[in-house]
Design a protein around this ligand. Structure first.
Ligand code: 5GP
Ligand code: MN
Length: 337
């Protein structure tokens, strides 16, 4: 983000403003962590700030400081529309196309507010007045730290802000193991610990709070795992019936897709999760090394994301979606040999 933009944003923020912060639909740890981290920062500066998430998010994020202030658009549309219409500034966090805001797209498109986008996905669109986009970054939370730094306000980072930003960096980097984790990421993390993020508590709150149903659903997922060694690929399926049997709650399958990559020589992992209500199969794609799942998801499954982590969907049955995968894989010679 260029110096001129920072000067202009500093001027925008020099008086009390009505600010709305929006994470992407199906918010993850990075989306909620960055939204709440920025919310605390802006509130402490005297602004009137609301976080409006397009829809619900996982239970394992609901302990984050400020969680009770997140409004869910699907549940509170009338009030949320009012807040967006009254907003002077809208921050779009962890997404770069307005269609990733789900049902909020319409009201956001009509809004006259100044839009500031902070995001680390590839191929940003240009809906915002100010775009801070960097696909080399580990996470939007790391970028919010740099944004605060650019505003020369690192000393204003409280333990609440540090906790929120640490959480999103940790979840988006798979606990600091994915390739986007840089030395700079670790330097930011060290700063956040200095500012009051208690790393072992955060790890416990996010990863070690499964209930019995969720762990048994993982058991079913692992039973369903299939490996295609000839394509260095592994996939998991979960039917609606299997989800229902384990009283599936939003977020319960988070991280399951990564187990495929734990198999030696596997570089491409997928999970197919049936959603009967929406009539789709939601797909997550993960890879190691150069195999680009963002392109794969865009080309075949109406999705996108990052080089090594992407999402998409299919309107076929689970069986037909798996058959489609099997028919596509032979076209990818980088998966062979
Ligand atoms: P997940 O598999 O965890 O849902 O998503 C992995 C990554 O891909 C996330 O960064 C997410 O924002 C992105 N992503 C997930 N689903 C979609 C989608 O349908 N379209 C696009 N463009 N990106 C997605
Ligand atoms: Mn992210």
């Amino acid at each position: 983000m260029i110096e001129q933009a920072i000067l202009e944003i500093t001027a925008e923020l020099s008086q009390a403003r009505n600010i709305v912060i929006v994470p992407h639909k199906g918010p993850d740890g990075d989306a909620i962590g960055s939204s709440l981290g920025l919310m605390h920062f802006l509130k402490n500066k005297g602004h009137n700030v609301d976080v409006i998430a397009p829809n619900e998010y996982p239970r394992f994020l609901k302990w984050l400081p400020g969680n009770d202030q997140v409004m869910i658009y699907e549940k509170d549309k009338t009030k949320a529309d009012e807040l967006i219409n009254d907003a002077d500034i809208v921050f779009a966090l962890d997404f770069n196309h307005l269609n990733r805001s789900g049902d909020m797209q319409e009201v956001l498109t009509a809004s006259q507010a100044v839009f500031i986008m902070i995001d680390h996905h590839r191929e940003p669109s240009d809906f915002a007045n100010y775009t801070y986009s960097d696909a080399e970054m580990s996470s939007t939370c790391e970028m919010v730290y740099h944004f605060i730094d650019k505003l020369r306000a690192v000393e204003k980072i409280t333990p609440e802000i540090a906790t929120c930003l640490y959480s999103g960096i940790m979840t988006d980097t798979g606990s600091f193991r994915f390739s986007a984790t840089s030395a700079e990421t670790h330097r930011v993390i060290a700063q956040l610990i200095d500012k009051g993020a208690v790393n072992h508590e955060i790890h416990n709150n996010i990863f070690d709070t499964f209930n019995e149903n969720r762990l048994q659903l993982l058991g079913t997922a692992l039973q369903n795992l299939r490996v295609l060694p000839e394509y260095k690929t592994a996939y998991i399926t979960l039917s609606q019936e299997e989800l229902d049997k384990h009283n599936f709650q939003k977020g319960d399958t988070e991280g399951f897709v990564n187990y495929g990559l734990a198999i030696e020589d596997v570089i491409f992992a997928l999970i197919f999760i049936e959603n009967k209500q929406e009539g789709i199969i939601k797909i997550s794609f993960r890879s190691k090394g150069d195999f680009n799942v963002n392109e794969f998801a865009r080309a075949h499954f109406e999705g996108g994301g990052h080089n090594n982590a992407a999402g998409g969907k299919s309107e076929l049955s689970i069986e037909d979606t798996v058959a489609k995968l099997n028919s596509i894989l032979p076209d990818y010679k980088e998966l062979k040999g």
